[in-house]
Structures are given as structure tokens and as C-alpha cells.
Write a protein that binds this ligand. Structure first.
Ligand SMILES: [Zn+2]
Length: 173
């Protein structure tokens, strides 16, 4: 018995833990962004509510959204009700169905990103909030959601904090 199967047996005979990917490759298509997931992993989707996460099926490599309207996710990342893959392989239903966990779901910090954006030629300061593993993760999430040119003045956890941008002005959070 290898370590992976031993761990699975200890937690629950049927459950599957998806690892958290920092990012997946994406491709811009006329219909929008297309993800190329890593099988057995998940990524957060902070800007696509009610879909809050995408998971990539370890059996068929199909993408499945985890929607707040259908699923609830507890602090440990356990998804309820049990997951059923909607993917198909050569026209046959994948059939991957079991309780799943999203690793690192509940242990994230709320970060604030202070940035400047240009709307109709005028620059304005703005702040966006997101849960992230660390500052680099927050930066990645922000960049993924903001393909347009922008200048990030600072990123930090949201507790008693302010940042100083390159011009010396302070942006309180
Ligand atoms: Zn599948």
C-alpha cells in the first residue's frame, strides 16, 4: 500500500482530496477564458460567483465548477453534497462520484490590493479584497482578474494596515 492510498483509507474510504493549484494554463477563446486544468487539483474563482472553484477531474480531466448554489464548503474544504463529475469520455459519462475535499480551502487570509486604474483617461485609486494563501498568491489572483493595464500600489493582509505607493501617498485599507 502506498502513502496516497494509506492516507485515503485513514480519512474516509471513498473521499478524494483535490490539491490546490496556484494557477492553470488558460487560453482566450471567443467564448471567454478556457482553463487547462491539472487533474486532481482545484483553483479558486473569486470573480465568477456563484461558481467559487474549478476542479479538474482525476478520472477524465474534465473541468467542473463548484457553485455556491449547489454546494457548500466547510472550513476544512469538504464539499457537500458529494461531487459528481459531469464530464464524458468518448460519449460515455465519466462516473467519478464521491465525497471530496478542496485542500487549503479554509486557511486563507483576507488580502487587500490597492491599485490604480485608468477609466476614460483618468486614473483613480481602488482597492480589491480577496482570500489568498500569501501575498504572492493574492498578486496572482489579482493579475488573473485584471488583464487590462493597471498599477499595483501595494498588497497586504487586511488588519491595521496602510501602504505607501511610489509617489509617497498613503492608501488606507
Ligand atoms: Zn470526470
Amino acid at each position: 500500500m502506498n502513502l496516497a492510498s494509506a492516507t485515503t483509507r485513514l480519512s474516509s474510504p471513498e473521499s478524494y482530496v483535490f490539491t490546490r493549484s496556484l494557477e492553470w494554463a488558460t487560453k482566450q477563446t471567443p467564448k471567454g477564458v478556457e482553463y487547462r486544468g491539472i487533474p486532481g487539483s482545484w483553483i479558486p474563482l473569486p470573480k465568477h460567483k456563484p461558481v467559487v472553484a474549478l476542479i479538474c477531474c482525476p478520472a477524465c480531466n474534465g473541468m467542473n465548477g463548484i457553485s455556491e448554489q449547489v454546494h457548500s464548503i466547510d472550513r476544512d474544504g469538504k464539499v457537500t453534497p458529494e461531487f459528481r463529475c459531469t464530464g464524458t469520455v468518448h460519449g460515455i459519462r465519466c462516473g467519478f462520484a464521491r465525497p471530496i475535499y478542496l485542500a487549503k480551502w479554509g486557511k486563507r487570509t483576507l488580502y487587500a490590493v490597492a491599485y490604480e486604474r485608468v477609466i476614460q483617461g483618468r486614473a483613480s485609486a481602488a482597492i480589491e479584497y480577496m482570500h489568498a494563501d500569501d501575498q504572492l498568491d493574492a498578486q496572482r489572483q489579482f493579475a488573473a482578474g485584471h488583464p487590462e493595464p493597471h498599477h499595483v500600489a501595494g498588497i497586504a493582509p487586511v488588519v491595521g494596515y496602510f501602504v505607501e505607493d511610489t509617489k509617497g501617498s498613503k492608501l488606507s485599507v
